[in-house]
Design a protein around this ligand. Structure first.
Ligand SMILES: *Cc1c(COP(=O)(O)O)cnc(C)c1O
Length: 421
C-alpha cells in the first residue's frame, strides 16, 4: 500500500544518544510518528497515555522481509503480538495469512478481511466451542492434543464439514538463544514427536482433512544461525513425519522467532542468511514435499519496532538526590517495559523524552508510573533530557506485546488508547 511521506518538513533521522532508535524521524526536537510531531499527535489523540503505531514502518518492515524471503515462502502474521483491529486489518493486506490463538482473535482476523483459507489457529487449550467456530469458519486448526482430534471428529460430523487440520509438533530440539522457548523438552504446546505415529493414525481414522505440520520452537531470537538451525531441523523432522501422515503434506509452518533489539548491545537480526537458508529448503521441498507451501509466522518482528508508548509526566520528584519522573502511564499499560513480562533480569527498554530531543541538558532520572508498587518502573536510572511536568515520555519498541499483554484493570486507572497513524 502507498503511504504519504511525512507531513513534517526537513525531518532528520538521527536520534540523540539516549535513544538510539533510528526508525523514526525527529523534527524540531520532537519525535515524528506517522508523519506527525509528537505533541501534535498527543493533541490529536486527545489524551495520554497512548500507543501509536506507524503504518509506514509496518509496511516497510514487511517489504524488507519480502525482499530477502524466497517468493514461495508464505508470511503469516501472529496477531497475538498486536491484536488491535486496525493493525490486523493493515497486516491482513500485507501478509499471506494470519495466525490466531483464540476464537476472539479469530473474530478480529475475519472481521479484518483475512481469507479463512490462510488463517491458522494454534493454542494449547482450545475449548470445544472455539473448535466449532474454527471448523465453521473453515480455518486451519493446529492440533495440539489427542483430545482435539476426537473433539474435531465429533464437530466435523455434526457440521458436515471435515475440519482442516495441521499437527503442531513439540520437537526434540530447542531454538537456541531464544528469549522464550516454546518447543523441545516437556511442553504444554503441541504433541511430542514421539507420540506422532499414534496421533497421525487417529487423524486418519477420524477422517479429518490433514494438511501438514506446524513447528514453533521459540520467540525473540536475534541469532540468525539459531533460527536457520531450527528451520533446518523443523524441515528434516517434517520430512520424516510426512511418511506417517494420512495425506500428502500441503502446509509446513517452520515457525518464526525473529527477534528485535531492545537493550544496549542487542544487534538487529541478520535476515540474509535466513533468506538463503529458506531458499535452499524451498528448493529441496520441490522434490521432497511437492505439494507443500512453506510458511513462517512472525509477530513481534513485523510490528514491534513500529510502535511507541507515550505517557505524560505528571510529577517530578527528588528523593535523596534521585530524580523521579512520575508519568500517567506505566506497568498497567506496558507490562513488558516494566520488565515483568518474561524478563529474567530487568533491563530498560529504550526510553526518551519525545518532545525534548534537541536538549543538551541531560540528567540521570527514573521514570515511574502512577501505580502504588515498586514494580511500576518504565526506566531505571537512565540518562534523559531534563524533563518537566507536561513533557512526553516515549517508550520505543512498543508495537508488540504492549496494551493487550498488560493488566489494564490493575489499580483502576484509565485504559490506554491505541492509534494506527
Ligand atoms: C506467539 C507466537 C508467535 C509469535 O511470536 P513472535 O515472537 O511475536 O514472533 C508465533 N507462533 C506461535 C505459535 C506463537 O504462539
Amino acid at each position: 500500500m502507498q503511504v504519504d511521506s511525512p507531513k513534517v518538513p526537513n525531518p532528520s533521522r538521527m536520534l540523540p544518544k539516549h535513544a538510539p532508535m533510528n526508525q523514526f524521524f525527529v523534527n524540531d526536537g520532537e519525535l515524528v510518528v506517522g508523519g506527525e510531531r509528537l505533541s501534535m499527535l498527543a493533541a490529536r489523540v486527545g489524551q495520554t497515555p497512548f500507543y501509536a503505531y506507524d503504518r509506514t514502518l509496518m509496511c516497510s518492515r514487511v517489504a524488507t522481509l519480502r525482499k530477502v524471503l524466497p517468493k514461495q515462502v508464505k508470511l503469516h502474521y501472529a496477531m497475538k503480538a498486536n491484536p488491535m483491529p486496525a493493525v490486523v486489518g493493515l497486516m491482513a493486506g500485507l501478509v499471506d495469512g494470519i495466525d490466531v490463538a483464540s476464537a476472539g482473535e479469530l473474530k478480529v482476523a475475519l472481521d479484518a478481511g483475512a481469507n479463512p483459507c490462510e488463517v491458522s489457529f494454534a493454542g494449547p487449550g482450545k475449548r470445544d466451542n472455539e473448535l466449532r467456530q474454527a471448523v465453521a469458519s473453515r480455518v486451519l486448526i493446529n492440533i495440539e492434543s489427542f483430545r482435539e482430534v476426537s473433539a474435531l471428529e465429533a464437530i466435523s460430523s455434526e457440521l458436515g464439514l471435515p475440519a482442516r487440520v495441521a499437527v503442531r509438533v513439540n520437537p526434540d530440539f530447542e531454538l537456541k538463544g531464544s528469549g522464550m522457548k516454546m518447543g523441545g523438552g516437556p511442553k504444554p504446546f503441541g504433541v511430542d514427536v514421539e507420540q506422532m505415529p499414534e496421533l497421525l493414525a487417529n487423524i486418519g481414522r477420524a477422517g479429518l482433512d490433514f494438511e501438514g505440520f506446524h513447528l514453533f520452537a521459540g520467540s525473540q531470537n536475534l541469532l540468525s544461525e539459531s533460527i536457520c538451525d531450527a528451520q533446518q531441523k523443523a524441515y528434516e523432522l517434517a520430512l520424516r513425519l510426512a511418511q506417517q501422515a494420512p495425506l500428502p503434506v500441503r502446509f509446513l509452518n517452520l515457525g518464526g522467532g525473529f527477534g528485535i533489539p531492545y537493550f544496549p548491545g542487542d544487534q538487529p537480526l541478520d535476515l540474509a542468511p535466513i533468506g538463503d537458508n529458506l531458499a535452499r529448503l524451498v528448493q529441496r521441498a520441490q522434490t521432497d514435499l511437492p505439494h507443500a507451501s512453506l510458511v513462517i509466522e512472525l509477530g513481534r518482528f513485523l510490528v514491534g519496532e513500529a510502535g511507541v508508548y507515550v505517557t505524560r509526566i505528571v510529577d517530578r520528584k527528588i528523593s535523596r538526590d534521585h530524580v523521579y519522573l512520575v508519568a500517567d502511564g506505566g506497568l498497567h499499560h506496558h507490562l513488558a517495559a516494566s520488565g515483568n513480562f518474561g524478563q529474567v533480569v530487568r533491563k530498560n527498554y529504550p526510553v526518551t523524552i519525545g518532545n525534548q530531543l534537541d536538549s543538551q541538558n541531560v540528567e540521570t532520572a527514573s521514570v515511574v508510573g502512577p501505580l502504588c508498587t515498586p514494580l511500576d518502573l518504565l526506566a531505571d536510572r537512565l540518562t534523559l533530557p531534563v524533563a518537566q511536568v507536561g513533557d512526553l515520555v516515549v517508550v520505543f519498541q512498543s508495537g508488540a506485546y504492549g496494551a493487550s499483554a498488560s493488566p489494564q484493570g490493575f489499580l483502576g486507572h484509565p485504559v490506554c488508547i491505541e492509534v494506527l497513524v
